[in-house]
Design a protein around this ligand. Structure first.
Ligand SMILES: [Zn+2]
Length: 262
């Protein structure tokens, strides 16, 4: 069987061998099934977190676990809202349970270095909670050496890259939903899944600085996108992938591989 960084492609014995021979790090991509405007499919966050994790795995000798496909409820101010058609989300307790369970399962395999590579803004705090509960349980069972990192890939795009890729001004990561970042990465990684002719070129959404329940649907632009993807290109996607991968690899290296992390 050919080797792959993707765990689900491997047979169980090759998985075990690659874990032992590599850096021992396992990455868990976390996505969502969420509308991403008229020009991209519902599983953008799954595709991008998995591809980011794959690129990162090659850089640090890690393996990539099968992705978490569904995510926490889309929020109106960062993903358009959970009322939108197609968006299919989990309750917080389910996300917490999934991240806790996967952490415990990998620990059972003997893994001691895990990183969640998040691709859906709303997941983060619930992934964190599940990991915290898993580590408490492991400690009670005598496992003291498990270490878990959580990262959202856009946090590894530096200011210089933002200035270079957003010459007309950066709208902010919260409204980068179906915008330049995700669309550029999709054009680079999965161009056949982007319908460029359907990109809605509209100004960034003007959302209030508070939430209201039930949501007022009229606050979300009709396209479901919170900023324009008109300036997205495959070249920008390649730059984003390379720079985010390098910065994430440095963070993993620092926490997992350096002899004296500080
Ligand atoms: Zn997304």
């Amino acid at each position: 069987m050919p080797t792959s960084v993707y765990m689900e492609d491997l047979d169980a014995f090759t998985y075990q061998r690659q874990l032992a021979e590599g850096s021992g790090i396992v990455l868990i991509p976390a996505g969502s099934i969420e509308q991403h405007g008229p020009h991209m499919p519902l599983n953008v966050d799954v595709l991008l977190s998995r591809a980011m994790a794959g690129s990162l795995a090659e850089a640090v000798g890690a393996l990539v676990a099968a992705p978490i496909v569904y995510g926490y409820k889309s929020q109106q101010r960062s993903g358009g809202g959970n009322h939108l058609h197609g968006t299919t989300s989990l309750n917080a307790e389910t996300v917490i349970s999934i991240s806790k369970t996967l952490t415990l399962e990998l620990a059972r395999h003997g893994v001691r270095k895990v990183a969640f590579v998040n691709g859906h803004y709303e997941n983060y705090q619930f992934l964190f909670e599940g990991v915290d509960l898993a580590l408490r349980e492991l400690r009670l069972g005598g496992v003291e050496d498990m270490k878990v990192m959580l990262l959202s890939y856009w946090d590894f795009v530096d200011g210089a890259t933002i200035a270079e890729l957003y010459p007309d001004g950066f709208p902010g990561w919260d409204v980068e939903h179906g915008g330049v970042l995700e669309t550029s990465l999709m054009l680079h990684l999965h161009p056949e899944k982007v319908d460029v002719g359907r990109i809605a070129d509209l100004p960034p959404a003007q959302l209030p600085n508070y939430d209201v329940l039930p949501v007022r649907p009229e606050l979300t632009p009709g396209s479901g996108c919170l900023s324009s993807a008109a300036q997205a290109t495959a070249d920008k996607g390649e730059i984003l992938l390379k720079r985010a991968t390098a910065a994430m690899a440095a963070a993993l290296d620092h926490e997992f591989l350096a002899t004296d992390p500080r």
